[in-house]
Design a protein around this ligand. Structure first.
Ligand SMILES: Cc1cc2nc3c(=O)[nH]c(=O)nc-3n(C[C@H](O)[C@H](O)[C@H](O)COP(=O)(O)OP(=O)(O)OC[C@H]3O[C@@H](n4cnc5c(N)ncnc54)[C@H](O)[C@@H]3O)c2cc1C
Length: 388
């Protein structure tokens, strides 16, 4: 339960402070809206008050998610910072890092990206080859990252690099905080099938990191990465309602009315089943957020929500086909609703890859939630073959 009147005050604030449409296309407008949220006390709800958060509990976090669900909140530029890097800094950062980074992040003044994936290391991110070499009282980083969301706006990155190439791959990594605005960092956009460029390639060429900008321990990067990936799965799991846009049950119900298919029993069945799956995931996310806010993060169980969100995206795509037929993909250029539907359809596949693929989530659930035997590593398979 929230304290008396908290939800009502939030509801009134949202009514008076509806997010402006341009906050979805203009990052400066998104930053302005984020400052307003922060100053009204609605950013970092469950983060500790001493580091700029509100120090509230899961009840307020759930109330915020419910009350803001009917608004198109412009959170995309802040997704990585708020959902992944910020909580990791709360968990593993030094007090100096918490003081320096968390409040500007919550105020939308500084945007973050996550530099993990590389051309040769995605699912097996511990196999990455970006090198960090000591240089005086800091580090020089060289390598290539790829699929980096929000790097086009980012002020800082959480970057994973190899510090000890002689150690086993998981034991030789370190996570750093990198200033993106320096000569050694080059960002190039990558266009996906929606026609937008939500992610980038990032080239590091002797990029500089001061010695006190290690996040966690030197050679403790795998622990830091797992901490961040845990937060990532929970935050992505809660994204579906916003990301699914054109292919949610609510949007598709409107589409069915427009197409005159709302009375078709097959359409009604499809929409009801989609709604039920959305509601089940929403409630599961409430549970994950309650556990996190209570100081007991769900760990590998976050993968259940992440996987369910990706499967739900496909279910939405299927429902769009039933509701609108070919109209789900083909529309007149000036048809705004048709455009929303197309965006929902073409962006759905990304949800089965971003934040770890469906296959990887299934492996995690099998091994770490259900306790099934571990999948043999490539090295173990090779050894077994050579024994034959
Ligand atoms: C929209 C989007 C945003 C992203 N944003 C970021 C970001 O901000 N920062 C970042 O660092 N990365 C980001 N990524 C990258 C993402 O994390 C990787 O794409 C993902 O981890 C998969 O890696 P990969 O593309 O190299 O595929 P691979 O790892 O090469 O996988 C290829 C295929 O093999 C399967 N596979 C691999 N290993 C196994 C296994 N052990 N068992 C079963 N199947 C397996 C995979 O499931 C997949 O189907 C983003 C990706 C997308 C789509």
């Amino acid at each position: 339960m929230t304290d008396d009147g908290w939800r009502e005050r939030l509801r009134a604030w949202l009514t008076e402070n509806e997010p402006p449409a341009e906050a979805h296309t203009d990052v400066a407008a998104a930053r302005d809206y984020q400052v307003r949220l922060y100053e009204a006390g609605y950013a970092g709800l469950t983060w500790p008050a001493e580091w700029g958060g509100q120090g509230l509990g899961a009840a307020e976090s759930v109330a915020f998610a419910e009350e803001s669900a009917s608004y198109d909140m412009p959170g995309r530029p802040f997704l990585i910072g708020m959902g992944m890097v910020g909580p990791t800094i709360v968990d593993l950062g030094s007090d100096e890092q918490r003081r320096r980074y968390l409040t500007p992040l919550l105020r939308g003044e500084e945007i973050w990206c996550q530099l993990f994936s590389e051309p040769g290391a995605g699912s097996d991110v511990a196999g990455l080859s970006t090198r960090a070499v000591r240089d005086g009282d800091g580090w020089r980083l060289t390598g290539q990252k790829v699929w980096t969301s929000n790097a086009q706006w980012a002020d800082h990155a959480a970057v994973l690099a190899r510090t000890s190439p002689d150690k086993p791959k998981h034991a030789g990594l370190t996570m750093f905080v990198l200033d993106m605005d320096q000569p050694g960092v080059t960002v190039r956009p990558l266009v996906d099938m929606t026609g937008n460029a939500p992610f980038n390639e990032v080239f590091l060429d002797d990029a500089w990191v001061p010695g006190d900008e290690v996040l966690g321990e030197v050679d403790g990067g795998w622990h830091a990465a797992r901490t961040m990936l845990g937060h990532e799965r929970v935050s992505i799991s809660g994204l579906r309602q916003r990301r699914g846009r054109g292919v949610t049950s609510a949007a598709l119900t409107e589409t069915a009315r427009r197409y005159g298919t709302a009375d078709d029993p097959a359409v009604r069945d499809e929409l009801a089943a989609l709604y039920a799956s959305e509601r089940a995931l929403e409630l599961y996310n409430v549970l994950l957020n309650q556990e996190t806010a209570a100081g007991s993060p769900p760990g590998a169980r976050g993968s259940v929500g992440k996987l369910a969100g990706a499967l739900l995206a496909y279910r939405g795509v299927h429902a769009a086909g039933v509701v609108a037929g070919a109209g789900a993909l083909v529309h007149e250029e000036d048809d705004v609703d048709g455009g929303g539907l197309e965006l929902g359809m073409t962006s759905a596949p990304a949800s089965s890859i971003a934040g770890g693929t469906n296959e990887i989530q299934r492996n995690i659930i099998a091994e770490r939630v259900l306790g099934l035997p571990r999948e043999p590593t490539v090295e173990a398979r090779r050894a077994a073959r050579s024994d034959r």
